[in-house]
Each structure stands twice: as C-alpha cells, then as structure tokens.
Design a protein around this ligand. Structure first.
Ligand code: N01
Length: 538
C-alpha cells in the first residue's frame, strides 16, 4: 500500500510559545502549515515539566503570547504562575485560536532532510498512535526550545536500584505519591530548587545532592485578582517595552556601573532590586555586574549575607552560601525561590556536598557516597539538559549535499542571527543557539523571532524564490559577534549550560547572544532590510 505524502508550505516542530505563535502567524498569512509535537497538547516545556513546584520565573504580564487575539482574556491568579495555570493558559489559547487542529500530537520529529533536487524538506516523525509519519515542507520552523534533551547521568549500578526514579522533565502525569517518603534530589538548578522547596514539608526525609550552589533570589510571589494591573496592561505598550529591554522584562536596569556609585549607594541600589524580587537582581543589576570582578564580588557578598541570615544550621548555611565565592554570581542561572532556604531549617532536610563526598554507586535501596549510605524510596534527577543545542542535534537534520547538522556543529555552533543556518535552506529556528535564549524569557524571544521568520518566508514567496539560506561568511561573523560579546564578560570562566560546559565533551562556547534584546532586535531588523547582504537567495 502506498501512502500519499502530504506537502505543507511549512512544518512547525514543537508545541511551545514559539511553535504556537509561528503556526498562528503562518496560517494567518495564508500558508498551509502543520505542527508536530512530542507531547499530547501544546504547551512546550510547560507540558513536559510537571514536577511539583514547577513555575515560571518571569512575571505576568510578560509571560504570555503577544497575540492580540488571545490577550487580556485569560486572568492569571499569581504573578509567577505555576505549571497547572500555564497549561490552563495554553488551553485557553487553543480554544481561542484553534491551534491544535493543525497539529499532530504524540509525534516526535526524528529527521528533517533537505532535498537538493526538489528544494523541499522531508520530515519524518514517530507517532505513538500512527507509527512513522513522513511529510514534506518548503520551510521548517524548528521550535523545540533550549531544554528538549534531558541529562540523566549514569552512576554505577543505577539499574539495580529498586525504588522509583524520575527526571524532573518526565514527571508522571498520574503524579507521584511523595507523602512520607524518603526522597533524594540530585541537582540544585532551577528545577531542583523549585522541587525541593515544594516537597520539603511533605516527605519524611529529603536529601539534596548538591554539586554547585544555586544563588537563588527571592521571587516575592503574590496573588493577582482579575482586576490587578498586571492582568490588564496595555498590550501594545507591553510588547513595545519588551522589545526595547535588555532581557525581555518591562523594568529598567540600575542605570549605573558599580564604579559610578559610592558604597552606601551601591547597597541601597542592590537592596531595592532585591526587595522588589524576581530576576531584576540578576539582569537588572549594576551595568558592570558580570564584567567587573569587584562589582560581582560585591553582589555575591550581598546575596550570601541575605541567605545566611535565613539558614539556622551553620554547616548547611556554609554549604548553601559559602564564605568563599565559588563562581562569579549570575554566570550560572540563578533561580527564583520562595522558601527554599527555610526548607533547610527543617530537621528532615539535609544536603550532601558532592564536591567533598561524591556518589559512588546506587544500591538496591538507595545511594552510596564515598562516606555515607542512604536508603531512598524515590530518587529525582534534577540534572538538567543538554541545553540549547541538544534539541537540534538529537534530530537527524541534514541540509544541502546531505550535510548533517550534528557534524556541522561538532566543533562549534554556527548560525546566522541565532535563527538560520548556512547549508540548511528555508530552515528557521527560535529560542536556540546564538539567539538571546538564556538571556531572555521565552515569550519575548520567540515573539521577535517567529515574526522575523514569517517575514523571511514572505520574502521567499513574494519574490518567487526557491529558498533563502545564510552565507557561510555571515554565519562566521555572527558566531564571532556572539562569542566576542561573551568573552568580554565573566561567563566563560564558569562551568554552566550557558557555555555548553555542563555536558562532557561538548564544545565550550557562547551558546547565547548576550547583547540584550534591544540590540538583537536592531540587528535582525537591519538584516531584513536587505536580505541579499547576508543571505543566498535562489
Ligand atoms: O538544570 P540545570 P535545571 N551529579 O542544568 C546538577 C530553565 N528552568 O533543569 O551546577 C550531580 O540548571 C548540576 O550541578 P552543577 C532555567 O533556565 C526554568 O534545573 O552542574 N549533580 C545542577 O545543580 C534553568 O537554568 C524554570 O554542578 C549533577 C543541576 O544538576 C534551565 O531550565 C524551571 C550532575 C542541573 O541544573 C535548566 O534548569 C526549571 C551529576 N552527574 C528550569 N549532573 C523556571 O522557569 C548535573 N547535576 C523557574
């Protein structure tokens, strides 16, 4: 039996903010577009990350789709909504915009191959319901986000462990009964922090395996009523503000360098942003907080003193906020926390310092370290992701002349504008490598990038082109720009997923554009004024 292969003008891969906006944009512009998503509904990371306590750390009103048609109708109940509310929001968006009707869910894209003769992409996906699905497309809009490939470290005898275990990004839909259980959490990134503070009071014991500290910042969560200003902002003003921002927020930075201020002014400025809460303390800090070591040390000292005042046991306090600054603050992603540090004041919560006591192996009943043995009912891997590039290289993507993307990026990532790739015609991606990604919230970054992709696709159509693809030169220049910007900061000195250094063997490089949203918007706007400058148009 032969099955007809369906051809689309564009295929969208993924189901999060970027995919929803891209699909909606393209459909509205008259394209025949279809989406494939591994999960059973739209939502992206919010569909997959359902661990207890998972919540966003960008505040309302900015953490939503900037589509007029869906704006102002959904009223959030918290400034920083949890995963259930964000899933409900996506459901609302779906009812309003009918996104799902153009999606195949439970379907993981495994290959995208460009055909040089037909100038089409062949997309293969594996569906849990329908088996292998093959379709073709003129354009691909790849929206798998930066956290599509989990890291589950392999310890000796892990398979011999008889208890339950999960990665945070794979929390069972049916939930996990953690009440009264002995639980281990490995990892103290954003996922670990959120999980730990949420479950600490429910479990009988919680053992946190910490390798590096998280310099977590107070979230200062609050409830929102439907009438709250955050639920009723002017749509156009908010969108305009985020596009001129540094990190996709509506607030402005401290307009001073550390060196511009007197000691008492420094403290006053820091205290103000710390008290307001949220990521202001991270990306709205002194202008030189990640370039000037003295400024950075000052911020660390401020943060450390604040945390230590909250943790009663001096041993735990020293592990959570060490006297000696362990790395440049802000060069690993700080989380927002609610009662994370107070959780360690409970007798049932303890920390194992993996820098002095490493995990030797799993046993049938738990974990053995160099100095201790533990029994656990549940082990949670809050161990993060092969971030930013892993979601691309785990798919068999092949461009012109059969070039495999994973080969092309073997010794370093090359893109143009963090949205297009030489040798990969009509291929657009967002919230991925060399874009603002880690230094922007998702809705902001994907709003800007999906609109740019739409314009490029329109350009191809309007000019009767077969394809658009960046030149190798443009790509080399963009890579240099991204890496030069990062080199001028303290980021390269820290091991983190920002630099690819959380994955053994991965190239250490700047994976994100660090120049801020405003300058990024200027650069990509400029690029579309004359595509022929940096792109090959055929
Ligand atoms: O992952 P991570 P994440 N043995 O990579 C440790 C976003 N996010 O899922 O620091 C022992 O940050 C690792 O230790 P170290 C957000 O952008 C957002 O938490 O490498 N430990 C680290 O502590 C975030 O940055 C939200 O020394 C091991 C942890 O595991 C990004 O996603 C919520 C280990 C991994 O931390 C990733 O966050 C959640 C090993 N072998 C996530 N391997 C919100 O919106 C790793 N670790 C709030």
């Amino acid at each position: 039996m032969t099955v007809d292969i369906i051809h689309y003008d564009a295929i969208v891969v993924g189901g999060g903010f970027g995919a929803v906006r891209s699909l909606y944009n393209l459909r509205k512009a008259g394209y025949n577009v279809h989406g494939y998503e591994k999960g059973s509904a739209i939502g992206g990371v919010w569909h997959h990350n359902r661990y207890p306590g998972a919540r966003v750390d960008s505040d309302i009103p900015i953490y939503q789709l900037f589509l007029e048609e869906s704006w102002d109708v959904f009223k959030f109940t918290e400034l920083y909504p949890g995963w259930k509310e964000i899933q409900a929001y996506f459901k609302h968006v779906d009812e309003k915009l009918q996104i799902s009707k153009d999606f195949t869910f439970n379907s993981t894209v495994t290959a995208c191959h460009w055909n040089d003769a037909s100038n089409k992409w062949t997309v293969t996906s594996q569906s849990t319901d329908l088996g292998e699905i093959v379709s073709t497309a003129t354009h691909i809009v790849f929206c798998t986000g930066f956290a599509a490939k989990k890291i589950i470290p392999q310890f000796r005898n892990q398979e011999g462990y008889k208890g339950q275990w999960f990665h945070t990004a794979d929390w069972p839909w049916s939930g996990v009964d953690i009440k009264g259980k002995k639980v281990a959490v490995i990892g103290t990134g954003a996922s670990g922090v959120q999980l730990i503070q949420e479950i600490a009071s429910e479990v009988s014991s919680l053992t946190v395996f910490q390798r590096n500290i998280n310099t977590a910042i107070p979230m200062r969560q609050r409830k929102l009523t439907p009438d709250a200003p955050e639920n009723n902002k002017n749509f156009a003003e908010t969108e305009a503000a985020i596009k001129k921002s540094s990190a996709g927020f509506t607030w402005t930075n401290i307009p001073y360098r550390y060196t511009d201020l007197m000691p008492e002014e420094r403290r006053e400025q820091l205290a103000k942003i710390y008290e307001t809460g949220g990521l202001r303390f991270v990306s709205g800090n002194f202008l030189d907080a990640v370039t000037n070591k003295d400024a950075n040390k000052y911020c660390y000292e401020f943060w450390k003193d604040s945390v230590r005042a909250r943790v009663k046991d001096p041993r735990k306090a020293e592990l959570l906020a060490p006297t000696q600054q362990p790395y440049w603050i802000f060069t690993k992603r700080p989380s927002l926390e609610q009662n994370f540090y107070e959780a360690f004041n409970q007798d049932n919560v303890d920390i194992v310092d993996l820098r002095n006591d490493s995990i030797v192996e799993f046993t049938e009943t738990g974990i053995r370290t160099t100095t201790q043995e533990f029994d656990f009912d549940i082990v949670v891997f809050a161990t993060g992701f092969d971030a930013v590039t892993g979601g691309f290289t785990q798919v068999d993507i092949r461009g012109q002349n059969g070039l495999k993307l994973s080969d092309k990026w073997k010794n370093g990532t090359f893109t143009h504008l963090g949205m297009t790739i030489a040798d990969m015609p009509n291929f657009f991606f967002m919230y991925g490598p060399q874009g603002p990604t880690a230094f922007s919230n998702g809705p902001t970054c994907t709003t800007i990038q999906s609109d740019w992709a739409l314009n490029a696709i329109n350009h191809v159509k309007k000019n009767n082109l077969k394809y658009i693809v960046p030149s190798a030169k443009a790509e080399q220049e963009w890579r240099k720009r991204v890496n030069d910007l990062c080199e001028a900061t303290l980021f390269p000195e820290t091991k983190s997923w920002f630099m690819g250094s959380n994955v053994e063997g991965k190239t250490i490089e700047a994976l994100n554009y660090i120049g801020g949203i405003k300058s990024y918007v200027e650069l990509i706007d400029d690029a579309e004024k004359d595509y022929s400058r940096d792109f090959i148009l055929v």
